[in-house]
Design a protein around this ligand. Sequence first.
Ligand code: SF4
Length: 348
Amino acid sequence: MADPKTAKKGAGTGEPETASRVFSGMQPSGEAHLGNYLGALRQWVRLQDDHECFFCIVDQHAITGEFSPEELPARVFDLAVSFLAVGLDPERSTIFVQSDVAEHTELAWLLNAVAPVGELERMTQYKDKSARLESIPAGLLNYPILQAADILLYQATAVPVGEDQLQHLELTREIARRWNGRFGQLFPEPRPILSDAGRILGLDGNAKMSKSLGNTVGILAEPEQVWDRVRTAVTDPQRVRRDDPGRPEVCNVFSLHKHFTEPDRIPDIAGQCRAGTRGCVECKKILSDSIADHFAEARARAAELRDDPREVYRILEEGAERARQEARSTIRQVRERMGMDWASRRPD
Ligand code: SF4
């Protein structure tokens, strides 16, 4: 694991310049997609150079929406393969599954003592999701308390987040403040490390990239599968005929080029688009090849892991054991402060 005292860089990356203990989680929706990679995973890979990192597959969060118990284990496994394939390193980071560490749910319950219902009801994600439901599961409202528990259990000082999760992280800070105020200082107030990718739109060029919307490209897809997906991407709607001048600045294909195509090719892609001298199909093919090349090593690593699934299980089990040691230490202190250490006071 990285020595937190050796941290040095971070300037200009949105990442902290001093060493932090970092926690972040991702729901197990199977193989990661480009949005997961650009919005989180590539930053996580960088963070592990200089920070002490805990990366968690948060399967207990998945049950607050539609989910299939039959499919959940495979989705956890596939996400773990994606984590390892892109370079999350179990020698330097603690990589584990949330439900393997029972203290997450214990701390979530204990934080209920201070979590304000009014704030939970004000969460944008809760309002959006609950508005579409006839019957609202309590878990949807309480989701940010479990999120707070995930972070505070490891006394994390920094959390990589997208803009859409900032509100939840602010609530975590509020919960930490209230708990510390009531029971004595224990939890640091974690600061955000904002993703530098901005909002990653899906292939529809309209909504955030999300597996449930079917507008994604899997990072481990074979080159022909990448092309099958990228060829459907929505482009500048004003470009009807091949030689119509295009507007790269409004085209999501161009945004993706900026992430995956060699930087010295970008001016040519923009110029040919504006001049109407390269068609969208050819432009998308270049993007598809760039994406497939970018993940060639990750695909090879994933194939090795799938051939040896025991290795994936071993890594997650070892990660859970390391996580449990930290979690138990925090929970012991929480219980003491909240008066749940009666058994240790038994007279001799
Ligand atoms: Fe988009 Fe490329 Fe078509 Fe221009 S040429 S509109 S950047 S897909």
